[in-house]
Design a protein around this ligand. Structure first.
Ligand code: DLL
Length: 432
């Protein structure tokens, strides 16, 4: 289903023309209104009139998360603060959080893009959406909320937490769509089950999950357990919030990035050179229409690849792969680079394990150590010790064989690891 049919299917030539005119306008606005960008452009001897084609983007400076922190909270605004109608912030795990301002038009555009994303996922005005993304400074709750209203569907503004009550509400209000993080969807499933509520009987047809990395194996697990189609939504607060991109109903063919509003690049994080479609690198986004806090070439740290073949849904907007991890959450264990998503993939494929796990990094005699704690499922929990030991050994061998690292494996009881109400905390780094 299309929300903006003309824009979503705009021929690529026209889309590129639109992008170029918006990019020119962006460079002009930031040059004149944001000291940080004016300084950066002047350092490079780049004037707005130097921008002639889209490929000139390569001459523009990058923006890093640290730049947002350095200008905390309002230093990167391109409009007077009085024109800002909303503030969101992302909870930084390290240092200051990053703050984002929105103008009235930014909020309206966001609602439009969220509505477009929901429609692309097959949501219509007939649907009832149980929105369990957190409301507040986090963009998930309010972002989805405004999009659902814009689409004309019914929003249940549940927010995160109170999981038992949420399970009851699922039964009472009869939602047809669930929006939350993938890890919370699984948690909600378990809690509902304990309360005697079977997800498959609820009438949910679609789940729109994002805000944290998840693998295709995790998607299959969610779809099998919850009995719904699980689609991937991407976004980040610095750039807007949820709805920067969305997997379409065609299903699991990649995430369309809404290119009339965002310019997409994939770069090699080391050389900062652009990479061609198919090669994995860091996703870099430029906001083409954001008024209050526009960003030029924002380095997201998210790793993905471009998919430039046409999608069978008819949308012309480019796609990216599932986010494969973050360049900054790559674990280096005794010199071997490993992404948590690779470990997740191997765990979920192993029979008897659940998708609930934690990676604990430590140091022993100046050597890195990795311990993987993973919950076993009920069916094997009461097995004989020797069976469990055999399973531990099997996981250990797989991790060694496929990823090249030695890990300690600890099988733990079902439901013994902490559950998060928002983004899952899966990595515990005790290396100081
Ligand atoms: O998580 C916005 C959002 C809310 C997206 C609800 C989707 C749904 P932040 O808190 O700023 O914003 O975190 C952004 O989360 O850079 C990625 O690392 C990660 N992320 C977001 N969506 C996905 C996804 C929101 N679908 C950071 N897959 C991003 C993997 C994701 N990682």
């Amino acid at each position: 289903m299309f929300h903006d049919p003309d824009l979503e299917t705009l021929p690529r030539e026209d889309l590129k023309k639109l992008q170029l005119s918006r990019l020119k306008d962006l460079v002009l606005r930031t040059y004149h209104n944001v000291v940080f960008y004016r300084n950066k452009l002047e350092e490079l001897d780049f004037r707005p009139e130097h921008l002639r084609s889209l490929s000139d983007i390569r001459h523009l400076p990058f923006t890093e998360k640290q730049d947002l922190r350095d200008h905390f909270p309002y230093g990167l605004l391109a409009l007077p603060r009085e024109n800002v109608v909303r503030i969101h912030a992302s909870s930084g795990t390290t240092g200051k959080s990053t703050v984002v301002g929105y103008s009235r038009r930014d909020v309206r555009n966001w609602a439009g893009l969220m509505a477009r994303s929901l429609a692309a996922a097959g949501v219509s005005s007939r649907d009832i959406v149980h929105n369990a993304y957190g409301y507040g400074l986090f963009t998930g709750g309010l972002g989805v909320h405004y999009g659902v209203e814009e689409l004309g569907a019914t929003i249940l503004p549940i927010s995160g937490g109170g999981t038992k009550r949420q399970a009851m509400l699922l039964k009472d209000f009869g939602p047809t769509v669930l929006t939350c993080t993938p890890s919370y969807a699984l948690h909600l499933y378990e809690v509902a089950r304990e309360a005697g509520i079977e997800f498959r009987d609820l009438g949910l047809h679609t789940g729109i999950f994002g805000a944290e990395p998840w693998t295709d194996e995790m998607r299959l697990e969610i779809e099998a357990k919850l009995g719904l189609k699980a689609l991937n939504i991407y976004g980040l607060s610095e750039v807007m919030g949820p709805g920067v991109g969305q997997e379409c109903e065609a299903g699991h063919q990649g995430i369309h990035i809404w290119e009339d509003h965002f310019l997409v690049e994939i770069i090699d994080p080391r050389t900062r050179e652009n990479l061609p479609p198919g090669q994995t690198g860091e996703l870099v986004l430029t906001t083409l229409t954001k008024e209050a806090q526009p960003l030029i070439r924002y380095r997201t740290r998210d790793l993905a690849s471009l998919i430039d073949t046409p999608c069978c849904c008819g949308r012309t907007h480019t796609r990216i792969s599932r986010i494969l991890g973050r360049s900054d959450d790559m674990l280096i264990i005794r010199g071997v680079n490993v992404f948590p998503s690779q470990i997740e993939g191997l765990l979920i494929e192993t029979e008897g394990l659940t998708p609930h796990y934690q990676l604990i990094l430590g140091r022993e005699k100046s050597m890195d150590t990795l311990e993987i704690r993973v919950e076993v499922d009920e069916s094997i929990f009461s097995d004989e010790i020797k069976h469990l030991q055999r399973l531990e050994q099997k996981i250990k061998n797989n991790i060694k064989e496929f990823l090249g690292v030695t890990a300690g494996i600890k099988l733990v009881e079902p439901r013994s690891l902490d559950r998060s109400e928002g983004k899952a905390q899966r990595i515990l780094d005790l290396r100081g």
